[in-house]
Design a binder for this molecule. Sequence first.
Ligand code: NA7
Length: 532
Amino acid sequence: MAPDRSVDAVVVGAGFAGLYMLYRLRQLGLSAQVFETGTGVGGTWFWNRYPGARCDVESLQYSFSFSEELQQEWEWTERYPAQSEILRYLDHVADRFDLRRDISFDTRVTSAIYDDAAKVWRVETDGGTTITARFCIMATGALSAARQPDIRGLDSFAGKWFHTGRWPHETIDFTGQRVAVIGTGSSGIQTIPVVAKQAAHLTVFQRTPNFSIPAWNGKLDAAHQEAWKADYAAHRVSARDTRSGILYEYSQRAAFDVTAEEREAEFERRWARGGANFVHSFNDIFVDRAANDVAAEYVRQRIRALVTDPMVAARLSPTDHAIGTKRICVDTDYFQTYNRDNVTLVDVRATPIVEVTPSGIRTTEAEYALDSIIFATGYDAVTGALGRIDIRGRDGIALKEQWATGPRSYLGVAVAGFPNLFVITGPGSPSVLTNVVVAIEQHVAWTADCLAEIARRGAATIEATPDAQEQWVAHVNEVADRTLFPSTNSWYMGANIPGKSRVFLPYVGGFGNYSRICDEVVSDGYRGFRFE
Ligand code: NA7
């Protein structure tokens, strides 16, 4: 079929990645079409409107650095940005750079098929549009494919149910209601304290307890913001040199290089400061089980101090995984919420959910009458959004089939057999282990430079070589195996999705190291890539 249109580049997604990619494509003088499922920009931040939704990276760091004017003019109001503030920011970015005119909203890309003869990508949408493009850029997000567990009887439920990652746009008021939250990851931990204050009764269905550190969120001090902005560019440079693209205090000491009292004091200090900085208290927490155990025990001790009922405190205390090997949660009054009279914690490992009935949830032990159910059950992370699109490269090979035993990419941005396809923060790149805005900016800039190089060389395509890809995959696995991460059943490992292959999805070698490798690949004449 003849395409409706032809452009230089199609971008899938209009979150942080898609917006910045469009900005860079325009700078290169390339025509672009962005497709976005939501009715507005923002991606993950468009959908995650649940009560309490907030970023776990501080505002001054979780923002674009590509425009000095933008980073100077935008005023953040809180230490950690609420979802509504991030969305306002992204709306501002879209307007400021006049990005919307190249974005088709309310449009899902259903397939992207490479035509080897014409050397173009043929992209189809659910609206029936077909567009061809030389370059296809997946800015589909690592945490965008919401995962709804298959629980018997949900269709029969007479009340309302929601997923945190697909929250409706109208205000949902739980006042006076009997509400359930299923899931106690970051989303559950954020929403539970807020919903508990509204609901008549809240029942939390927990399968695995998580480690969480207080955010101590509050209004951003104007003088602090001003001082930070005075030196913004330097802060950004320093952040890019770190392991996670975030300016934390990365300790140079190992946990057992200090006395027990010093360790305790360090944990204490970091707890009082709040946030994920805690897991960097010592430099061996992610690699040494004993070091990890002392940090984990400190948090468990805190939970016991915060939660009045010792049985509930024990149930809330994680013992099945090393701290930090699931993304650490950052909360406001999470553990204290269980001291409220209107909150009940149900351990669904001990008493599994059997079914949803018209009036509530039935476990093996009891029936809970409910008006609303909130699923905070996470995402098919890192590869899920790509898997929902029929992506086919050379010879009609489907990406999904090629990745059936785990994703294989070169640098997490390119895939052998898929010429001119770029994945922003794809599997095998630091992505979800970082401040994702920093990771996105690096991937987008690298991709834009690559497109400029293609033009300079007068090449039609660029493609990762199978050898370079195999070496990269081996390196990604080798680095992961040196840490405690693979020991945990986490979404980093694909373990939350039945049937998903168990592979450590992101690159744990550190953002700073990773971006140096990407730069070296370029200075070595795009080592591991083939231009045609
Ligand atoms: P997560 O971190 O994947 O958390 C999902 C939670 O839902 C987790 O506690 C799961 O328990 C639980 N879950 C999933 N399926 C079920 C079923 N069927 N029954 C009971 N409980 C279930 O997702 P989030 O949205 O909280 O956070 C994702 C990331 O977004 C986060 O890490 C930040 O980076 C931002 P499990 O642990 O699998 O036993």
